[in-house]
Write a protein that binds this ligand. Sequence first.
Ligand code: COA
Length: 377
Amino acid sequence: MKIEPANTAKNANFLLCKNKNKITKKTKTMKAVITAVGGFVPTSILNNKTISETVETTEEWIEKRTGIKERRIAVGKGTSDLAFGAIENLMSNYEVEPSEIEALILATATPDHILAPTASKICELSGLTNAFGFDMNGACSGFLYALEMGATMIESGRYKKIIVVGADKMSSIVDYEDRNTCILFGDGAGAVLLERTETEYGLMKSILRTDGSGTASLVVPAGGSKFPASMQSIVHKKHFIKQDGSFVFKKAVAAMSSVSRDVLISNDLDADEIDWVIPHQANLRIINAVSENLNIGNEKVKVNIDRYGNTTSATIPLCLWDYAADFEEGQNLLITTFGAGFSWGATCLKWGVMRERKSQKSTKTANKRKVLVPQLS
Ligand code: COA
């Protein structure tokens, strides 16, 4: 058989395996691309003033040391409701039907229940009748892990449309008498639709990491299998998040900086080829230190921590949703995260063509505001 040069258009899909002296059909490179985004934040606002009336701190200290001005609090709702809000927002803004979705991956550290999976409830609420759903907990890196999982499922060729949602009701595990943590966290959810593409757009290589030696530095000690709920665990407030803030801070800066450098190298990109950085929103000083280490100007770094605080699994998709209008086809995004576990990672993606938008009004709720009254202690 005569073999044409492999780089001609005609034979671009065929690969010659010299050793076995036979031709194998090489499938086109299949990638996953984000084609729609959605977000949801509750209307109730907890601002720094209210916190400063509850614990020993000041509005100025919180804003200066964290960059946070306010966070949203879900009153009378669970994580499934937040995730449903984000998916409803996505579905109402883009031309996609719930029945088209084949899988739902929920990243959360605050499931509705330990059992059953929160994803099941979300599938039911969102009418995802043809999808299977599952929860995964990668703490503040959960959405990035879930995105990698969803992308891999699509690249395998077995799935075409997957929703990845990051949602957390952090107010359910925050002790509002602990000034080390109550200043930081908020509630929210963000969702993306991942679809198959054979274009140059979409997710590139990721680097994901975990280090279990960090467990004690950022943990909800009780309520799981190791220390189930008991009278003692409640009395000693073991169901709330505990952290060694300054240790976590230093680890986050070092890990996010180095994994971002590594992922740029693995994707053959220079820092100046990155159009937008989407960092996990834990502390503005962490974000600034990482962008400085990467030598990427602040004008390219997306920040919404001032409005939402740290929403754990939701920070990255909320940022994608908040700033989607700024991203242009073909632009390179760098996403990087760090969280409990420790868990961290980074990925790059080339922003693609979004699904057609529905012409009706947006259900975006971020601008609706209702200031929470100080009744938290
Ligand atoms: N208000 C006023 N003072 C506070 C305070 C608060 N809310 N929290 C801590 N302080 C005090 C401390 O008691 C300490 O006082 P001292 O110097 O008299 O001992 C001082 O401020 C400095 O404490 P430190 O813990 O070093 O503050 P910090 O600058 O590191 O800021 C955090 C604290 C929690 C905001 C910061 O460490 C942080 O954001 N860490 C990372 C958290 C994180 O990313 N968590 C989630 C990971 S996904």
